[in-house]
Write a protein that binds this ligand. Structure first.
Ligand SMILES: Nc1c(NC[C@H](O)[C@H](O)[C@H](O)CO)[nH]c(=O)[nH]c1=O
Ligand SMILES: CC(=O)[C@@H](O)COP(=O)(O)O
Length: 158
């Protein structure tokens, strides 16, 4: 078995003032999505952020939903949550790559987005990653959005 070491996790940033996060989640695999949302909500609560939640059918719709929200509502950041499990066809690659590319392009436009879309070979891999007491990828995605918001505010004020 290959050696592994723990991932270093930055402490949650201290961000003053009102903070509004939007979680956009695909419940394509409901149990996985629920774990991701629990972890993201806990991280947001720890940072004092208010949270709205929007559901979309699949991971491919997540970047578009964030783009729609960003042009209409004053959210500080976004948490993208979902799960893509490899199937029999090449559709897996499309859903993984295009959802990720969409989020990256939005990020490069200045939106603060944490990517918590799991891309896995099987449901067992997803379960440990979604579990807030396990790898807690939902909490990690919320933390990523919060770190970007903190940097944006720091450089806005600088
Ligand atoms: N196969 C998975 C999908 N596929 C659905 C797409 O995301 C999309 O909703 C559809 O193509 C209509 O535009 N979505 C997931 O979130 N996870 C999957 O494993
Ligand atoms: C992630 C997917 O695209 C998957 O659920 C679709 O499965 P398949 O490739 O067997 O159609």
């Amino acid at each position: 078995m290959a050696a592994s070491i723990d991932h270093h996790q930055l402490p949650l940033p201290r961000i003053g003032g009102d903070l509004r996060l939007l979680i956009v989640v695909s419940p394509y695999y409901r149990q996985i999505a629920d774990g991701l949302v629990r972890g993201a909500r806990a991280a947001a609560a720890e940072a004092g952020a208010a949270v709205d939640l929007a559901e979309v059918p699949g991971a491919l719709e997540i970047p578009t939903a964030i783009a729609l929200a960003a042009s209409r509502q004053p959210y500080d950041g976004y948490v993208a949550l979902g799960c893509v499990v490899r199937g029999e066809t090449t559709h897996y690659d499309t859903v993984c790559n295009d959802s990720s590319r969409g989020l990256t392009l939005l990020g490069l436009q200045g939106h603060c987005i944490g990517n918590g879309i799991l891309t896995v070979e099987n449901i067992d891999q997803a379960l440990v990653r979604a579990d807030p007491q396990g790898q807690n990828k939902g909490g990690g995605a919320a933390a990523a959005a919060l770190h970007l918001i903190a940097l944006k505010r720091r450089w806005d004020c600088g």
